[in-house]
Design a protein around this ligand. Structure first.
Ligand code: MAN
Length: 348
């Protein structure tokens, strides 16, 4: 059952609102934003996906290149070249070498009311180094005391891993590099240490045996991660049968940690559901959504760059209300509110 109250202004941020980061680039998608509070304002750390204007008969994309003045270089292929494998609008390969169709960076937007956002003109963080040549994506922002922990997908020809940076002022950043190597994404920290350790949910992908399952790991120092435990797997014939991954930081409730997560079925339809984790031992799943709590039903959630997607990695809590910022159809940013007690009531 879809229990989301969609904002009447949806979509609240669209690609045309965002100034491209380099001349000649087109912002194709603005999506999957981390959300946080700073100095009394609401911040979104958005994923902005760009490529150059497409030429007929060709497919071109951008790859980070520290030697070029713009920081990116254009790579193009002829669409009728048999070595090109292009069936998914998000990814393609040429002679077996993988590429993304767009390159993403992270950009800030600020708001006083949580609905109307002012978007910064320049990227905040762009891919850098050999683990981020295809860009950085889908950042979760977790605040513990006065530090913000930014966990995001670092994408390159080496694979997709999880990188970490921290900041206190949104101006200076400390880089930790990859904390989980490929393939891994959908990583969020809990908003407090548990038993004295940082705790993260993340999503490695088991090859042959195993799959894209949700794991929980802990660390004393953000560098060394251990006590790895697989806490939730895909469920055959259900809405999350193909893959699943954590959204933003788990919400502390008197019933346990409430995690809003995404799941996808064999038709690549992305929905949101929830799971409840034990308050002292978050590797223990107490309850989980049988049915999605949000499904792609609005037109902007069904049609776009990659349709039939609702995906969240950012929310703001206010008492019983959770405001969910979500990417719709991998194209635009939307918002919806839900009652936390109502979500808890749907779990079995
Ligand atoms: C998947 C999708 C894309 C994303 C790549 C790399 O194909 O989630 O949107 O760009 O993975 O992370």
């Amino acid at each position: 059952m879809d229990i989301a109250n969609r904002n009447e202004k949806n979509p609240i941020i669209v690609p045309a609102d965002v100034v491209p980061s380099v001349e000649g680039a087109v912002v194709e998608c603005v999506l999957n934003a981390g959300a946080f509070k700073f100095n009394g304002r609401i911040g979104l750390l958005m994923r902005v996906a760009e490529r150059m204007e497409q030429v007929e008969g060709e497919l071109s994309t951008l790859v980070a290149d520290e030697n070029s003045e713009l920081g990116v270089k254009v790579v193009s292929f002829k669409l009728d070249d048999p070595k090109l494998d292009y069936t998914d609008p998000r990814v393609f390969s040429y002679e077996g070498v993988p590429y993304l169709t767009t390159i993403s960076h992270l950009r800030l937007a600020w708001s006083d009311d949580g609905v109307n956002f002012e978007i910064e003109e320049r990227p905040l963080l762009t891919g850098s180094g050999k683990m981020e040549t295809f860009g950085i994506e889908d950042c979760r922002v977790t605040q513990i005391d006065d530090t913000y922990y930014l966990t995001y997908s670092a994408v390159s020809e080496n694979g997709v891993g999880v990188a970490l940076q921290t900041t206190k002022d949104w101006k200076t950043f400390e880089k930790y590099g990859l904390i989980f190597p490929p393939h891994n994404k959908d990583c969020t920290f809990f908003e407090e240490k548990i038993n004295g350790k940082f705790v993260a949910l993340h999503r490695p992908v088991g090859a042959d045996v195993g799959g894209p399952y949700m794991w929980c790991s802990e660390s004393p120092d953000l560098i060394h991660w251990g006590n790895h435990d697989c806490i939730a797997r895909t469920r055959i014939r259900q809405w999350d049968c193909q893959r699943l991954g954590a959204g933003a930081a788990p919400i502390k409730t008197d019933k346990g940690w409430l995690e809003i997560y995404h799941g996808c079925n064999d038709e690549s339809r992305y929905c949101l559901g929830a799971m409840l984790l034990d308050i002292n031992n978050p590797t223990k799943v107490i309850a989980r959504s049988d049915e999605p709590i949000m499904e792609p039903i609005a037109e902007y959630e069904q049609k776009g760059f990659f349709g039939n997607v609702v995906f969240t990695n950012g929310h703001i809590i206010d008492g019983d209300k959770v405001t969910i910022y979500y990417g719709a159809s991998d194209t635009v940013i939307c918002m919806a509110t839900m009652s936390i007690s109502e979500i808890l009531g749907t779990l079995v």
